[in-house]
Design a protein around this ligand. Sequence first.
Ligand code: CA2
Length: 144
Amino acid sequence: MKIMILNGPNLNLLGERDSNTYGSDTLSDIEKLVRDSFQEVDFIFIQSNHEGDLVDAIHSARGGTVNAIVANWGGYTHSSVAIHDALELLKIPKVEVHLSNIHAREEFRERSITGKAMNGIITGFGKNSYLLGVEAALKLAADN
Ligand code: CA2
């Protein structure tokens, strides 16, 4: 089972300063947590601050090479039609995750453009959102 985990802009700075919103873990801490929690899964873990790189990564998951994707699109969640459109062309399970609860914050975070092209969204459970996202992806891939 191969799962691609994609992380969008600014998530490379997680943990630089302890944040009430995002916690104190770095993205590397979260990657280790995920890998240690699902040792049977082959993960591709990617972070990029560039929209086109994320679109390319989605394209690279086509053709049966990857069984599911779990993604935190960061700020692109609320703005990226390009990522949305790339996702619509990818016919494998897709789970969106957020550390914070995007519905309990500023109004502009309420809308997830990318989420419309995902199977579902897990939002507000801190680093556990990633673990729950992988659980959901595994269940969806098993039914696929
Ligand atoms: O809650 C999430 O996971 C978000 O996807 C995080 C994004 C935000 O734009 C989304 O609305 C919700 C922002 C990531 C910013 O990462 C930071 C890292 C270090 C310090 C401050 C922010």
